[in-house]
Structures are given as structure tokens and as C-alpha cells.
Design a binder for this molecule. Structure first.
Ligand SMILES: [Fe+2]
Ligand SMILES: [Fe+2]
Length: 184
């Protein structure tokens, strides 16, 4: 009954799965470069895209279709931070355009539930675009200093975690030894 909707929903699943792969690739590399804030943002949005794929798949199965699990495009091996953000923002812009187009097509196909789902996803992709755009503005405004701050914060976190562990061990082993301590 809703063959046209199933085709559109599968296109959307392919886009979402490709976004999951691309954003996880960025997450791995940002984590490796010590950019905690951006790394966790990509991870969080990748998980969100996975939930989008899940919502679309549920609708496909409800309509008695098959979830194809295709990918729309291969992962681009970008490792420059600004280029990652530009790629992600462009992907979100494309997603918003697609979901708006598919919303209209679903209305023309008289499938209001699929239409509502596409509308909801268009709004969420706009939110993702906004987050990437904001990060691009920050990098443009503060340049390398903004990125360097993230890796400095990570080093400070590691340092304070290490010193708190050392203090804990000192307390555990040395307090009975008196003020001079024995082991430290
Ligand atoms: Fe999405
Ligand atoms: Fe998105």
C-alpha cells in the first residue's frame, strides 16, 4: 500500500547509517588528537543518528517493507578539524533538504505518519547543523587556541586524576606511619 514510502524511508536509513559511520570516524580521530569536547559531540550525534535509523526502520517494518541497510556514501577520511566540521554541517544541511522534500512527497502519497516522522527528523537535523555551525564559529574566532585549550583541559584532567589517586594511596599506606611517612 505504501511502496513509495518504503523507498523513501530506506533512502533515509542509508543517509542516517552513513552519518553514523562518518561521525564515529571523526569521533575516533578527534579523541586521538585530544579534542575531548568535539570528540564527544560527534559521538553523541552519531548515537542520535542511530536512533533516527531505528525510528525509520520501525516505520518500514510497520508498513511490511524490508530494511535495506544500504549506505548512501562511503566515509571520507578527513582528519583536519575544520574540514570535519564543514563536512558534518554540509551533511546536516543535505539531510534537512531531503527530509523536507520527503515530507512533501509523503503528503502527496497520503501517508501522514511517515510525513510526521520526516518532519520531526528535519527539525532534529537542523539542531545538529546548529551545533556544528557554532563549533565552526568558535574555531574561526579563536583558531588554534580554541583547539589547544581542549587538549590542555584533557591534560589537566589526567594530571588532577593522577594526583588524587596518589594522595589516596598515600593516605591508605602512610597515615599510620606518622607525619614523616614511610613509603612517600
Ligand atoms: Fe539523523
Ligand atoms: Fe543529524
Amino acid at each position: 500500500m505504501h511502496e513509495k514510502s518504503i523507498v523513501l524511508l530506506n533512502k533515509a536509513v542509508a543517509d542516517e547509517l552513513s552519518a553514523v559511520h562518518q561521525y564515529m570516524y571523526f569521533h575516533f580521530h578527534l579523541d586521538d588528537q585530544g579534542y575531548d569536547l568535539l570528540s564527544s559531540m560527534f559521538r553523541r550525534i552519531a548515537i542520535k543518528e542511530m536512533t533516527h535509523a531505528e525510528m525509520l526502520a520501525e516505520r518500514i517494518l510497520f508498513l511490511k517493507g524490508e530494511v535495506e541497510m544500504d549506505l548512501a556514501f562511503p566515509v571520507e577520511k578527513i582528519q583536519d578539524v575544520m574540514e570535519m566540521l564543514k563536512k558534518a554541517a554540509a551533511m546536516e544541511e543535505d539531510a534537512v533538504l531531503s527530509y523536507n522534500k520527503w515530507t512533501n512527497e509523503s503528503a502527496a502519497n497520503a501517508d501522514s505518519v511517515t510525513k510526521k516522522l520526516f518532519e520531526q527528523l528535519a527539525a532534529e537535523e537542523e539542531g545538529h547543523y546548529d551545533q556544528f555551525d557554532l563549533q565552526m564559529e568558535q574555531v574561526e574566532k579563536f583558531g588554534e587556541r580554541y583547539l589547544a585549550l581542549q587538549s590542555i583541559e584533557k591534560k589537566q584532567e589526567i594530571r588532577s586524576w593522577t594526583s588524587s589517586r596518589i594522595n589516596f594511596i598515600k593516605k591508605l599506606y602512610c597515615e599510620p606511619c606518622g607525619p614523616t611517612g614511610f613509603f612517600f
